[in-house]
Ligand binder design. Structure first.
Ligand SMILES: Cc1cc2nc3c(=O)[nH]c(=O)nc-3n(C[C@H](O)[C@H](O)[C@H](O)COP(=O)(O)OP(=O)(O)OC[C@H]3O[C@@H](n4cnc5c(N)ncnc54)[C@H](O)[C@@H]3O)c2cc1C
Length: 199
């Protein structure tokens, strides 16, 4: 512990989801309840937690303001606001994912990870499409992981009546050539159709 320091965390979120585990929720290897924690149980003792959103920075004066209008001074600030997922930027996507009867889902948001698993274990035939979008995303590997997991689940029964397609905006399956070469063997072995430069 650093002597004489005090640490304040500003974050309005009270429920923590272990995001890498959402792929496993999609796979049916854990459920959402197992993935979830109370944020307060994860904050180390000695750290002061203010459950508020930061609304503005004033770096000239070393201060931030929160949504309640409170001004806080700091010596050092670490900003790690993550990414906000904007399903609304693709027309129709949000409504399709929200609709339980519509076979569209995502593992990127906790509330739909279990829907993903339900779709993978109930659809018996047709095309399964997986996408790596044309935007910054939280985990570059997750779209491929869920695609390989889907293949594994479908091979327990209905794989012959299905086909799997992986769409990526990249010119190859993965940015790093060494891994891309290995992954090409995986998609070939698993009979997954790769579509590059596709948004
Ligand atoms: C499906 C999936 C699979 C993944 N798999 C892996 C994996 O296998 N390996 C791996 O390394 N990574 C994986 N990741 C990525 C990993 O989870 C993220 O990189 C990590 O969660 C990002 O952490 P973060 O703290 O930057 O952002 P986040 O986890 O998004 O946290 C940002 C926090 O900032 C808070 N915040 C935002 N704006 C404000 C504001 N104005 N004021 C105060 N607080 C604010 C939010 O409430 C949030 O709590 C995966 C992610 C997903 C979604």
């Amino acid at each position: 512990m650093i002597p004489k320091s005090s640490i304040t965390l500003l974050d309005p979120i009270q429920t923590h989801y272990y995001q890498p585990g959402l792929t496993l929720v999609g796979a049916g290897l854990m459920n959402l309840k197992q993935n979830r924690r109370n944020q307060k149980d994860l904050i180390p003792s000695g750290v002061k937690w203010i459950e508020e959103r930061v609304t503005s920075f004033d770096p000239q004066n070393n201060s931030v303001k929160t949504e309640s209008g409170t001004k806080l001074d700091y010596d050092y600030m670490v900003i790690c606001t993550g990414l906000e997922i904007r399903l609304d930027m693709i027309e129709g996507l949000e409504d399709s994912i929200k609709d339980d009867s519509c076979p569209v889902s995502t593992i990127y948001l906790p509330k739909y990870a279990e829907k993903t698993h339900r779709l993978l274990t109930t659809i018996e035939k047709g095309n399964f499409l997986f996408s790596f979008p044309n935007t910054p995303i939280k985990c570059a590997g997750a779209p491929q992981k869920i695609c390989y997991i889907a293949d594994d689940i479908l091979r327990r029964g209905v794989r012959p009546s299905t086909s799997l397609h992986y769409f990526t905006r990249l010119p190859r399956i993965f940015g790093v050539e060494k891994y891309a070469n290995e992954l090409m063997k995986v998609v070939k072995d698993r009979d997954i159709n790769l579509h590059t430069r596709h948004s």
